[in-house]
Design a protein around this ligand. Structure first.
Ligand code: CUA
Length: 313
């Protein structure tokens, strides 16, 4: 990080090289056309300057070939940029199925990180090298933006929903972590670091010290604390649907449509239970808005997820 001047931050993720290639392509295309246009302006200004008082230029009617050329060439260029950019965009925001999941909650003015196995960190994110990591992110207050320049990824964390993104770090080291959305007085201090470790070191770090209980175990306690279990029982004879095995599955709704049970649907069902009700149940569930923090929601979600995959998190 302290190697003097560099044009771009270090490349430390699988995505970084590709993002930079696109960036360089844009710069090269821009420089090429800027140079071409400015050279021609000067060239023409000199070459076709008015040489005498009665110098009248010949009228030009237009040249179809030329007009087609200056329409088609830019069209091709912008389509290349569009397709290239869109492909990269979808790649960066579609985590691979085997990605290791880590939860991030932004708050004025810090980042809370939760590992499924129970580790919590503030303004630090420890990850193993060479493994895809999916971040599920929420905010307790205003919009923040989670930005790791060395990985070339950034995403706004917007109140009221989850944002996700993923990366795979390619070399061990420490990298900057920033909040990239102005979020109040101490926005500039909402910074931290990402520590990329070798697999073995990471396992050591995971098993070290302050692990505490895993996310789903805390979630289960919260589930009981808020008395969710009195209606959502293991079997389907409760007042609400059983939550065993529902995560990732499709559920039929009152209006006949269906929805895949994911983090967002669980979050919505806790905060605004009647928004998309499962078929066959009465709207008797109260809202828990204002009673559960974003961290609490993630914990309960982790618990509900654990009811679906027996240890294969
Ligand atoms: Cu959080 Cu700026």
């Amino acid at each position: 990080m302290n190697e003097g001047f560099r044009l771009l931050p270090e490349q430390a993720s699988t995505m970084a090289g590709q993002v930079d290639m696109l960036y360089y392509f844009l710069i090269v295309v821009s420089i090429f056309f800027a140079t071409l246009i400015y050279s021609l302006i000067y060239l023409f200004a000199v070459r076709y300057r008015r040489r005498s008082e009665d110098d009248v230029p010949k009228e030009i009617k237009g040249l179809l070939k030329l007009e087609i050329a200056w329409s088609i060439i830019p069209l091709i260029l912008v389509m290349v940029v569009f397709v290239w950019g869109a492909t990269l965009y979808f790649d960066s925001y579609t985590p691979p199925a085997n990605a290791h999941e880590i939860y991030v909650v932004g708050k004025q003015w810090m980042w809370h990180i939760q590992h499924p196995s129970g580790q919590r960190e503030i303004n630090e994110l420890h990850v193993p090298v060479g493994e895809p990591i999916k971040l599920t992110m929420a905010t307790e207050d205003v919009i923040h933006s989670f930005y790791i320049p060395a990985f070339r990824i950034k995403k706004d964390v917007v109140p009221g929903r989850y944002s996700t993104m993923w990366f795979e770090a390619t070399k061990p080291g420490e990298y900057h972590l920033f909040c990239a959305e102005y979020c109040g007085t101490k926005h500039s201090q909402m910074i931290g670091k990402v520590v990329v470790m070798e697999q073995a070191d990471y396992q050591n770090w995971l098993s070290g010290g302050s692990a505490g209980e895993s996310l789903d175990v805390i979630g289960e306690k919260k589930f009981k604390q808020f008395a969710c279990h009195t209606c959502h029982k293991d079997k389907s004879d409760g007042r609400g649907p059983s939550l065993v095995g529902v995560f990732g599955e499709s559920v039929r709704l009152q209006d006949g449509s269906s929805v895949i049970v994911d983090e967002d649907y669980i979050r919505e069902s806790i905060l605004t239970p009647n928004a998309r009700m499962a078929e066959g149940y009465k709207p008797v569930m109260p809202t828990f808005k204002g009673q559960i923090s974003e961290v609490g929601l993630l914990q309960i979600t982790a618990y509900i997820k654990s009811l679906s995959n027996n240890g294969s998190k």
